[in-house]
Design a protein around this ligand. Structure first.
Ligand code: DGY
Length: 323
């Protein structure tokens, strides 16, 4: 009898992570990475498994959870976000769900700064010009963007990633304003100005960066009414989740110039991207790269395995339980 628990992978993971998994588990590798397993295929992948490792893109719906085998004890997601998993359905089945916070904070904050700078300094347009071979040369007025240094950065969601973005923005002499349900203690706030409401925050933002989770309460958070509260020409950065912004409202504001630019790493309905984002000149677009460094992706995988190990190898509570 094989004493190792069965671990079903719903995604192809970095080599070092798959190697560690194979050391401790009877691993069922993911048959495909794209499109991500979902529905019946995801259920079939989990047949007879003790643990299931998923990631954003694997829709772990109530229907999927209802059909998962009785053998399954834990679902570990290779992500900090868990909006792709129906936690209520998991709780109803006594399934443990874990995520991978902390280890991707710096990488994601770096990408938020890249989106901020890319949008403000028209990096997408500039790169496209260079690749097209149509640059006519330096002129005093060519491709002028918006200065970031000394501007006001508004942050919605001052958790780990929000605070890491604030830390980076301080190096650009940006003034930090933020909204979070809980104000930070002064030693952590480091002068950042707390606003009780998103509406109270928005008029103080030359740049707005979103770092809240995707929940029913944050769906469409940046709608037309709230965008109107931003100063004209403000820059929007979204590295959180696509549904946190109302695409139609953001696109309309970008076309009118009320939003000066947007730097986006996440989208509603990924990998689909609203076609207007691709056409508009004042967008800087990345393909959900927030955590995409080798170091971070390995750390995420090891963290997911740490959580699985706690439950399946040692019978302990996992460090990062979300359900
Ligand atoms: C996460 O961990 O939720 C990220 O979006 C994946 O990069």
């Amino acid at each position: 009898m094989d004493p190792k628990p069965v671990l079903a992978l719903a995604r192809v993971l970095p080599d070092a992570v798959e190697a560690r998994a194979a050391r401790d588990y009877n691993v069922r590798p993911a048959p495909v990475d794209h499109p991500p397993l979902g529905g019946d295929a995801l259920v079939a992948q989990a047949a007879g498994a003790d643990g299931l490792l998923v990631a954003p893109g694997n829709a772990v719906t109530a229907a999927v959870i209802g059909a998962l085998p009785d053998s399954l004890r834990v679902i570990a997601t290779f992500s900090v976000g868990f909006d792709h998993i129906d936690l209520d359905a998991a709780r109803a089945r006594n399934l443990i769900v874990t995520n991978t916070p902390d280890v991707l904070t710096d990488a994601t904050a770096d990408i938020a700064m890249l989106c901020l700078l890319g949008a403000a300094r028209r990096a997408g347009e500039g790169e496209a010009l260079m690749r097209a071979g149509t640059w006519a040369g330096w002129t005093p007025t060519h491709m002028m963007g918006t200065q970031v240094t000394g501007k006001r950065l508004g942050i919605v969601g001052m958790g780990r990633i929000g605070r890491a973005v604030a830390k980076r923005a301080r190096a650009f002499d940006m003034t930090i304003h933020y909204h979070d349900r809980t104000p930070l203690p002064p030693d952590q706030a480091q002068g950042a100005v707390h606003h009780d409401t998103v509406e109270g925050l928005l008029p103080h933002c030359d740049v707005l960066s979103l770092h809240c989770p995707a929940t029913p309460a944050t769906t469409g958070l940046m709608n037309a009414a709230r965008i109107a509260l931003l100063p004209r020409g403000a820059i929007l950065v979204n590295t959180a989740r696509g549904p946190v912004i109302d695409d139609a409202a953001v696109i309309d504001a970008l076309k009118r110039g009320h939003l000066g630019a947007a730097g986006l790493d996440v989208y509603t309905g990924e990998p689909d991207v609203h076609p207007d984002y691709r056409i508009l000149p004042n967008t800087f677009l990345l393909p959900h790269l927030g955590s995409a460094t080798i170091e971070t992706r390995e750390a995420m995988g090891f963290r997911a395995l740490d959580n699985l190990d706690a439950v399946l190898l040692r019978g302990e509570a996992p460090g990062n339980r979300v359900a």
